[in-house]
Design a binder for this molecule. Structure first.
Ligand code: GUN
Length: 254
């Protein structure tokens, strides 16, 4: 008998978006026949209580992956919490050991969103090698690891951010453009090269309740060679990559 991959998902507080994401992660585990444990902790959970739970899960043999949904309530220290997850069970690849491994190109876990984006780019048929790859955003979760993965595939990578000057001049050069900004309709058609692969990581809730990405999809679609929608593009890929990392963790624990 092989072992069943097990994932523990921790959520602290009542953030509505986080609740939706965690629900999807649990549902996907069930769909795939994986074992999962969900810990929905109250907003006033103390740092000690959270660290005690992570310590218990670090030592639990049925659990191969641990994910603590971010952002955490303000009174909790994200850095300390991330650092307390065993690197062998860190299926988010947020622990400094795993971040360092990604940097040198020798990694077991790939952060889920950038990993999912690499799959989408591969599916488009456009190879990053030698191409201009532009990432807008430099977060630890998406922008930085995304740039690193494209670099490992021999892309010529530019990482843009809020202080970047002449942004559209840079984005217009991009054969592959990844938008991880967090602002609705930030990337407009005049910023995109004809035929570019455009990946939209944004998840922005409009006042009327609609969920949109960072890219003005309706107009950019006319210019791009390939483009991901929101919802239904990067989001489901992120969850698939989390499952893949959990299977990797279970195999490595054998
Ligand atoms: N919050 C937004 N994206 C993520 C993610 O990929 N992992 C975790 N743990 N929290 C998130």
């Amino acid at each position: 008998m092989g072992k069943t991959p097990g994932l523990a998902v921790i959520i602290v507080g009542e953030d509505p978006a986080s609740k939706v994401y965690v629900g999807r992660k649990e549902a996907m585990c069930n769909e795939l026949g994986m074992y999962s444990e969900k810990y929905a902790l109250p907003e006033d959970t103390t740092q000690e209580e959270l660290l005690a739970l992570i310590d218990k899960l670090n030592n639990k043999k049925e659990i191969h992956g641990i994910l603590c949904q971010l952002p955490l309530p303000k009174h909790l220290d994200e850095k300390i919490v991330i650092n307390s997850i065993s690197p062998e069970k860190d299926v988010d690849a947020f622990h400094p050991v795993n971040v360092g491994k990604i940097m040198i190109g020798d990694f077991d876990f790939v952060p889920c969103t950038p990993a999912g984006i690499m799959e989408l780019i591969a599916e488009s048929g456009v190879e990053p090698e030698g191409k201009s790859c532009v990432v807008i955003g430099r977060s630890n979760i998406v922008g930085k690891p995304m740039s690193m993965l494209l670099l490992h595939k021999n892309g010529t990578v530019t990482t843009c951010h809020s202080r970047t000057k002449n942004l559209s001049e840079i984005t217009k050069q991009a054969d592959i453009l990844v938008a991880a900004v967090g602002r609705a309709n930030f990337v407009t058609a005049d910023m995109v090269k004809e035929g570019a692969v455009v990946i939209d990581v944004g998840m922005n809730r409009l006042e009327d309740g609609r969920l949109v990405g960072d890219v003005d999809f309706e107009n950019v679609e006319k210019v791009a060679g390939a483009i991901t929608p929101v919802p239904g593009g990067v989001g489901p890929m992120t969850i698939s990559m989390l499952m893949k990392n959990t299977v990797t963790a279970a195999k490595r624990a054998k």
